[in-house]
Design a protein around this ligand. Structure first.
Ligand code: FAD
Length: 494
């Protein structure tokens, strides 16, 4: 019997992870990507001697990347070198104070004591509580499919016990009194597209994830992980097609049977895994008559994550005082997030994440230069903001702020620059509403309530990526790839 053929649409980490896993299991996998390179949000821009990772920069749970290599009988180190980064984050506040934390628990406690002596006991208690959430939310549930309502009911008592009905901010505030420390230990949902004031406290596990395995960086950038997985997939016999956007998913008797590319070419298969945006997979690739559950109306009613405005830039001088990962928080927290997520207006002020990979890896910039990106959460495209006219003034405000407050001489020393706006998320990455992280990770869009890893409408159509269970972030989408592997091996054994 020839191996069963699987098409994977999209080469983000969820798509690459699924492709490698299924090819390892003996399926014949063809990975079909719209863009000219692999990686999806982890695309790499190279310009004027600088290398910019477009998206993910923080690698938590590196064992999930190891799993893909070791599962195929290889060693990660033969493909990519992943190193720890310390401190994990340096957080700068509007009042001139800062707080950094890393892998040394005692050191973090010492810093909490220095910053807010009254919060040491609360911090310890919070860490104990996140451990329980982590054991349930990550270890037990992140790579388990939630296909039936019964699956949700089985875990409901645990979710109630862990107070998942609380938001991350409420959870943290139950332990920490200092207003700024509350921000330090509650900003994590933003890393996966959630508002700390709306996201279920299950996401408090991200801080525990950092403590458990550390924060890592791939030498050569996250793009080196993408290249390593691409090479592995090729060595295993997988096929890749770039510049090949999928127009439609073919179905026969209610089951996915292949895809039609925008070029008109048809590729037949036994199953299709979509790593493309889920709302757009349903809305654009399948006719309304074939999807009872995932109608346009249903998809339009869901809540989508915020978007991002990202400026990639290189400087002719270096800024050795800046850490690898810096978060600069403005004075407002709840109000700012409310404007971004709910009223969807472009705020006057902003909080940013500043990435300086050349702090760890000088190869990202020419000698004596520095490589950066600055990322600012902004409303998604449901805001109606016209980025064609707003991008330039917004960019100017952000760069002026950095120049004046944190990076003296920045504007005179810019060597190269490019921007990625919510409009690019919508067009280049084909994401519904230009959402940077797909569906917002709120309780009523998590686990069984999130679009399932196996389509409820079309048999043999599976989903891996940010929009399905468990959700966005590299560990999340790699977990979804593991679920898809399990489901396909069960449903369509080779
Ligand atoms: C700026 C930024 C920074 C981030 N930082 C971090 C971080 O530090 N750590 C972390 O863990 N996570 C981070 N994240 C989140 C993480 O990057 C994403 O959740 C994850 O990479 C998404 O992977 P995915 O599998 O959903 O696929 P995506 O990366 O979304 O890729 C989907 C792919 O599908 C392709 N596609 C779409 N439509 C079609 C079509 N019709 N035909 C063919 N192909 C198609 C797209 O071109 C794309 O390549 C960040 C995200 C962003 C945007």
């Amino acid at each position: 019997m020839p191996a069963r053929k699987i098409i994977v649409i999209g080469s983000g980490f969820g798509g690459l992870g699924s492709a490698v896993r299924l090819q390892t299991k003996g399926y014949q996998v063809e990975l079909v990507e719209a863009r000219d390179k692999l990686g999806g949000r982890a695309y790499v821009y190279e310009q004027d001697g600088f290398k910019f990772d477009a998206g993910p920069t923080v690698i938590t749970a590196p064992f999930m990347i190891d799993d893909l290599f070791t599962g195929a009988g290889r060693k990660t180190a033969d493909y990519v070198r992943i190193v720890p980064v310390d401190p994990f984050y340096r957080i700068e506040f509007h009042d001139g104070r800062s707080f950094s934390y890393g892998g040394d628990e005692r050191e973090t406690e010492r810093r909490v004591a220095e910053f807010s002596p009254q919060d040491v006991e609360g911090y310890r208690a919070m860490i104990r509580a996140t451990k329980a959430i982590f054991a349930k939310g990550f270890t037990e549930l992140s790579d388990r499919p939630f296909l039936k309502f019964g699956d949700m009911m089985k875990v409901a008592p645990d979710l109630i016990r862990l107070q998942s009905y609380k938001t991350v901010y409420q959870f943290v505030s139950g332990y920490i009194k200092d207003d700024l420390l509350r921000r330090v230990f509650s900003f994590h949902p933003l890393l996966v597209g959630g508002n700390p004031f709306q996201t279920t406290s299950i996401y408090a596990l991200i801080h525990h994830l950092e403590r458990e395995w550390g924060v890592h960086y791939a030498m050569g950038g996250t793009g080196a992980v993408v290249n390593g997985l691409g090479r592995l997939f090729h060595e295993l016999g997988g096929e890749v097609r770039l510049n090949a956007p999928v127009k439609r998913i073919l179905t026969a008797d209610g089951a996915a049977s292949g895809v039609v590319l925008e070029s008109g070419e048809q590729i037949l298969a036994d199953a299709v895994v979509s790593n493309a945006d889920i709302a757009n997979t349903y809305r654009l690739m399948l006719p309304p008559g074939e999807r009872r559950r995932n109608s346009n109306r249903h998809l339009e009613k869901m809540r989508y994550s915020m978007s991002l405005f990202v400026i990639y830039f290189g400087t002719r001088k270096q800024y050795p005082n800046l850490a690898h990962h810096t978060i600069i928080l403005c004075e407002r927290y709840r109000g700012l997030l409310d404007e971004i997520f709910n009223t969807k207006t472009l705020p006057e002020d902003f909080s940013v994440y500043l990435h300086r990979p050349s702090a760890t890896d000088p190869t990202m910039a020419p000698p004596g230069n520095d490589c950066f990106y600055v990322l600012i959460p902004v409303p998604n495209q449901q805001s109606g903001i016209d980025w064609k006219t707003q991008a330039k003034p917004f960019r100017d405000r952000v760069m002026k702020f950095l120049d004046e407050q944190y990076m003296p001489g920045l504007l005179e020393n810019l060597a190269t620059e490019r921007c990625f706006t919510p409009l690019d998320f919508e067009t280049t990455l084909r994401s519904y509403a230009g959402a940077a992280f797909s569906f917002e990770p709120i309780f009523r869009q998590s686990a069984w309530f999130r679009p399932h890893n196996e389509s409820e409408d079309i048999r043999h159509l599976y989903f891996a990526g940010a929009g399905t269970h468990p959700g966005a972030g590299v560990p999340g989408v790699l977990s979804s790839a593991k679920i898809v592997e399990k489901l396909i091996c069960e449903r369509l054994p080779n």
